[in-house]
Design a protein. Structure first.
Length: 395
């Protein structure tokens, strides 16, 4: 079913959101400069989505608190700073996601700015830069096409749709719906200690201009890895970049963002994950800060059952071996090695055949012929006479 749904949704999104040339706008209108759009489930790294979504019923609640230094600036031809339209920004992302089925996860992200400051735009008579506001709300259906456990690699299509709920005067909102169809690929290594993920896609948005800055449709890419070096701790690194489609192949650094991110993750009790990290911009595309710091908290409640036997690890006497509940989650053993597990073996300490319920055949008359083949089990006799004593017909 999902193989039909995904292309259809992409086609519908493109047809509905195909934009027209920008009409006359006020300075700053329609430019959403917030490029920190975190992965919305527990399968990703920081910004990079994992190649699979959640299982049906799995829930995630989280937020990021993000500080960005100079995410929107004007530079001269030599790259020298002329004006910081947004010099400092303290923002947050509040998000939740849930596995609706094993192949569909839906996430919702609500971004907001608590504080920002910047220089006035020369000649702009519009409203001043908003210091606190809401951003464009993002709704992201994610379709899992392949899972590593079955195909050796994970593949998903994510289609985040951003609604024009943000404040355009704060450089935090588009003036129309935007969509970011994304292909996500990932694979885990070393018993899931290492996760490697890559994303590529397009940001379909309306064209807008702010002085000499131009924004329009973009192609973007993300790549990241997270390594869990001990049970409760992991480190990760990512890069995230892109380019405006219309100016690809041209030397326009202002339309070519690139950012590097690193973070440390702590997996705490109660299914909580804490993330602390930072980022630097290495290409000056708009929305890329000189520096970014972020703190994240994710709550991902799960049934912890490593061996998938239906018994949670805390109650499972053998959490790494699948076994029935009546044996405390441990597999039944075969103490005497006779091929019958102890729960079905009437003589678990003595090897015996299955037809005798795991017990060795007895020899009631001690004649060396076991009772199962002894025709006279109560009288001694030689094996050649099937355990019966020789008779004396002429006595």
């Amino acid at each position: 079913m999902n193989r039909c749904v995904v292309p259809a949704l992409v086609a519908i999104a493109w047809s509905l959101l195909a934009v027209h040339p920008a009409s006359a706008q006020g300075l700053g209108e329609g430019l959403d400069t917030e490029r920190f759009k975190p992965a919305l489930d527990s399968q990703g790294v920081i910004l990079t989505e994992g190649g699979e979504g959640e299982r049906a019923g799995d829930l995630n609640l989280g937020f990021y608190l993000v500080y960005s230094r100079r995410p929107l600036v004007l530079n001269d031809a030599d790259g020298n700073l002329l004006q910081a339209l947004v010099s400092d920004r303290l923002a947050a992302n509040f998000f939740l996601s849930m596995g609706m089925t094993d192949w569909l996860t839906v996430g919702v992200d609500v971004p907001a700015v608590f504080y920002q400051a910047g220089d006035e735009i020369p000649g702009d008579t519009g409203p001043a830069l908003a210091t606190a506001c809401l951003g464009d709300i993002r709704v992201a259906p994610k379709f899992t096409l392949l899972r590593q456990e079955s195909f050796g690699i994970s593949l998903a299509v994510d289609i985040p749709v951003s609604l024009p709920s943000g404040d355009e005067a704060a450089f935090l909102g588009s003036d129309s719906v935007t969509v970011m169809p994304t292909i996500a690929l990932s694979r885990s290594f070393f018993d899931k200690r290492l996760l490697v993920a890559v994303n590529t896609g397009a940001w379909i948005r309306e064209q807008t201009e702010v002085l000499d800055l131009e924004a329009g449709h973009e192609l973007f890419y993300k790549a990241g890895a997270r390594f869990r070096f001990v049970e409760d701790w992991a480190v990760s690194g990512e890069l995230a970049g892109g380019a405006r489609i219309e100016s690809m192949g041209e030397n326009k650094p202002k339309e070519t963002p690139l950012e590097w991110l690193v973070a440390v993750h702590y997996f705490g009790p109660w299914d909580l994950q804490i993330t602390l990290g930072g980022a630097v911009g290495t290409l000056p595309g708009w929305g890329t800060p000189n520096f970014r710091g972020f703190l994240g908290l994710l709550w991902a409640p799960r049934v912890h059952d490593r061996d998938e036997d239906g018994i949670e690890d805390e109650q499972d006497r053998c959490p790494d071996e699948s076994g029935p509940a009546e044996n405390g989650g441990c597999p039944w053993r075969d103490t005497d090695g006779d091929g019958l597990t102890d729960d079905r073996d009437r003589c678990p300490e003595q090897a015996g055949p299955r037809e005798n319920a795991g017990c060795p055949w007895g020899d009631a008359d001690d004649d060396g012929v076991t009772d199962n083949i002894d025709k006279c089990p109560q009288e001694k006799g030689p094996a050649e006479n099937k355990g019966c004593p020789w008779g004396d017909a002429d006595e």
